[in-house]
Design a protein around this ligand. Structure first.
Ligand SMILES: Cc1ncc(C[n+]2csc(CCOP(=O)(O)OP(=O)(O)O)c2C)c(N)n1
Ligand SMILES: [Mg+2]
Length: 320
């Protein structure tokens, strides 16, 4: 079933979308200044799923993500100035500048981390779900990962355990069809459907081709409602497209590892335009202006913040 959305819902989705897109584009624009000294994996082109998802998330839910995690942090209502400070390696960052973009963590908003190790966040997310179950909390654990992570053994072990123990986890696979420069067809058998495998393993699964806002919204709503009410795991696969290089601020069309026609087709299906078609120009302009202001002040905050001191190096280090 595909739902129709209220104007208020579209406005909320648009606001989140613009926050994510404009912030990622600003990181891309400023990266060459040399103030962000960690690698960045940007989500330009992949904003729509986290933007819609933000409508269904509770403060008490857990999020855990990957190397490409900025959008998920923003969807969890993370603190944008603290995130930029973290990327700048400053003391005001979410983990005082020690984690950077790929190890973003902020327990204040139950954003339990991102990881540079592909697949690594999946068992941790299951563990967070298990803690909710043991403590009889009605929160969910949301685990984000890419198509590449579904080729890791730990993915199947974690899914199996979550199915067996009925752990309320929302597994979200954002399938951009690439793992660095490798397309799906050199990594997985032809015609494999990741979500169909999951049904066979015993986890209810949902799939979105991501053709319209309504279709993605309906898929996410039904899947999340199922997991929240039944207290069981659920798997959602959403097709998406990464517009910039795997890691870094630039386009990489010159490398010829993917068909530019494929990328152009996704760009023609751009969700910024689709959302704007449903909104009035006054709202669009007002929202963009507010967000640009917010983003500029976040960069200023990061820039003016101090770097950690030498003695901070040993703080937060595990000792036994
Ligand atoms: C265990 C492990 N294997 C390989 C890598 C190298 N690596 C880093 S990102 C990445 C691509 C992952 O693709 P996907 O999960 O689809 O996420 P995407 O980058 O497309 O968002 C790979 C292979 C790694 N970091 N960790
Ligand atoms: Mg991928």
């Amino acid at each position: 079933m595909v739902y129709s959305l209220t104007n208020q819902d579209i406005e909320k989705i648009y606001k989140k979308f613009i926050e994510i897109r404009f912030l990622e584009l600003e990181i891309s624009k400023r990266y060459s200044e040399g103030k962000m000294r960690c690698p960045v994996h940007l989500s330009v082109g992949q904003e729509i799923v986290p933007s819609i998802l933000s409508l269904f998330v509770k403060k008490t839910d857990y999020f855990i993500s990957t190397h490409r995690g900025h959008a998920h942090y923003i969807a969890k209502n993370g603190n944008i100035p603290e995130m930029i400070s973290e990327i700048y390696g400053k003391k005001t960052g979410t983990s005082e500048g020690k984690g950077g973009s790929m190890h973003l963590i902020d327990t204040k908003v139950n954003f339990m981390g991102t990881s540079a190790i592909v697949g690594n966040s999946i068992p941790v997310g299951v563990g967070l779900g298990l803690s909710n179950k043991i403590n009889k909390k009605n929160s969910l654990s949301f685990v984000f990962f890419g198509d590449g992570a579904t080729e890791e053994g730990v993915f199947y072990e974690s899914i199996n355990f979550a199915a067996l123990k009925e752990i309320p986890v929302v597994f979200i696979c954002e399938n951009n069809k690439y793992s660095v420069y490798s397309p799906l067809d050199v990594r997985q058998p032809k015609n494999r459907n990741i979500h169909k495998i999951l049904n066979g393993i015993g986890v209810k699964s949902f799939f979105s081709k991501s053709k319209s806002v309504e279709e993605i919204y309906s898929t996410l709503e039904q899947a999340i409602r199922y997991s929240r009410s039944k207290r069981k795991p659920v798997f959602i696969e959403c097709m998406t497209s990464r517009w910039l290089e795997h890691c870094g601020p630039n386009e990489d069309n010159d490398l010829n590892y993917r068909d530019i026609k494929e990328l152009d087709a996704y760009k023609k299906n751009d969700f910024q335009e689709k959302l704007e078609d449903k909104l009035n120009i006054t709202y669009i302009k007002k929202t963009q202006k507010q967000i640009i202001k917010k983003i500029n002040s976040a960069f200023k905050f990061a820039d003016l913040s101090s770097t950690p001191k030498k003695e901070d190096l040993k703080k937060h280090v595990f000792k036994n």
